[in-house]
Ligand binder design. Sequence first.
Ligand SMILES: [Zn+2]
Length: 185
Amino acid sequence: MDVVLYPDPRLRAPNDPIQEFGPELDALARDMFEVMYRTEGVGLAAPQVGVNVRLLVFNPTGDPEARDQERVLCNPRIVRSAREREFGREGCLSFPGIYAEIERPVAVTIEALDLRGEPFTLELADWEARIFQHEFDHLEGVLFIDRMRPVDKAAHRAALEELVAAYRERRVAHPERARGPARPE
Ligand SMILES: [Zn+2]
């Protein structure tokens, strides 16, 4: 299992709600944590591994030993967002090497289902709220470049063009692995 890189169309595709809970879903969540730790991330959404369902995982420590910090959210919904917003530095595993200051609400309240399909509510603030909102965006087909200030996006233009060129090359070399048209954004 590998991370899907921009501009793969799976990052923009609709994500289906999870309806079946069981060993297959458990294994997907476990695999996503493994990919996330291997690539030194703190969060990962299912479309980033090419699976278009509403599942996200994160661990604010990024430490594979800190299993008690792991969060798995199926079909999450934001039920409240703080009015206060702040900028913070973000990267994205689908955009290697690109970082920018992104403005987001400082706290969110979430409803989601766990891996057994049981509902729970979570209140997150600061770093955890930021990670969650970044991953939740992926479930909506929204990428952090969509939220970058124009000046930052302009600063990363060459790097984004390189990702588009690399995607096109992979598509030529392995048409079965990369699907759909590449659209530069
Ligand atoms: Zn991301």
